[in-house]
Design a protein around this ligand. Structure first.
Ligand SMILES: [Zn+2]
Length: 247
């Protein structure tokens, strides 16, 4: 298998790949969120919830206060699609940088009460408006996180995701074990061949969309990866610019 061979190359090089985990679309405490927190606690892998600034926040903030290894990032201003067709996105193409700054800051204010909030913005649908990055820099965000394929990244650091547990065309469903592990092998190979060993590999999950197979595979993958000497899980805070490595 490609993944086994790739891991052997990392082992031979004496390197560890860094993984990090982002889960999108939390906006309140639901059975699916409880299940996600249970899976996270069992595996002990650090998790960043990309939270929609919304009405359920006080309850969510209270629930997460007791969770070890769970941090928060701001997922959008309100997670409403204003692009009207094609790639979804919060900001219409005609939105100005000033308007975007106002929307970002208003969203951040709604999230401010939650403990563990990092100064990282996660754009809904991984869509980057042409003025988003400049607006984020002006509004004081330290970094943003989209999909590795999302354009942009010249003004502000990015910590992206690229291993999506789901596939989306024709309705959200499990990507499948073989495809997912092939994506991991590919991400590892790209870093190794580019000498880019330190660049983290982001796992993306969407707890509200997981079926039983997806949940089972997620738990197995977290356990498997924790036991691999070539892989280590990192917290998003460790991956931000200026953060010192734990070891
Ligand atoms: Zn979203």
């Amino acid at each position: 298998l490609a993944l086994g061979a790739e891991l052997a190359r990392w082992r031979a090089a004496g390197r560890k790949a860094r993984l990090w985990w982002r889960d999108d679309d939390a906006r309140g405490v639901t059975p699916a969120l409880e299940r996600l927190l249970h899976v996270q606690a069992q595996a002990g892998a650090p998790l960043t919830l990309a939270v929609i600034p919304d009405d359920g926040l006080p309850t969510l903030a209270r629930r997460l206060g007791a969770c070890e290894g769970v941090t928060l990032s701001q997922h959008g201003a309100d997670h409403v699609d204003r692009r009207g067709g094609g790639q979804a996105g919060e900001f219409a193409d005609t939105a100005t940088e000033d308007e975007i700054v106002c929307a970002l800051v208003a969203g951040r204010r709604r999230l401010a009460a939650a403990a563990g909030l990092l100064p990282v913005f996660v754009p809904p649908w991984n869509h980057a408006h042409a003025a988003l990055e400049a607006a984020l820099a002006r509004a004081g965000y330290q970094a943003w996180s989209a999909h590795a394929r999302t354009p942009g990244g010249a003004l502000l650091p990015r910590v992206d995701v690229e291993l999506d547990l789901l596939r989306w065309r024709g309705g959200a469903r499990f990507r499948g074990e073989r495809r997912f592990l092939a994506d991991l092998a590919e991400a590892l190979a790209v870093r190794r061949t580019g000498g880019d060993w330190e660049r983290p590999i982001g796992l993306l999950t969407h707890h509200l969309e997981h079926d039983a197979r997806t949940w089972r595979f997620l738990a197995r993958f977290l356990d498997w990866s924790a036991a691999r000497p070539e892989l280590e899980w990192a917290e998003l805070a460790e991956l931000l610019p200026g953060a010192r490595r734990a070891r």
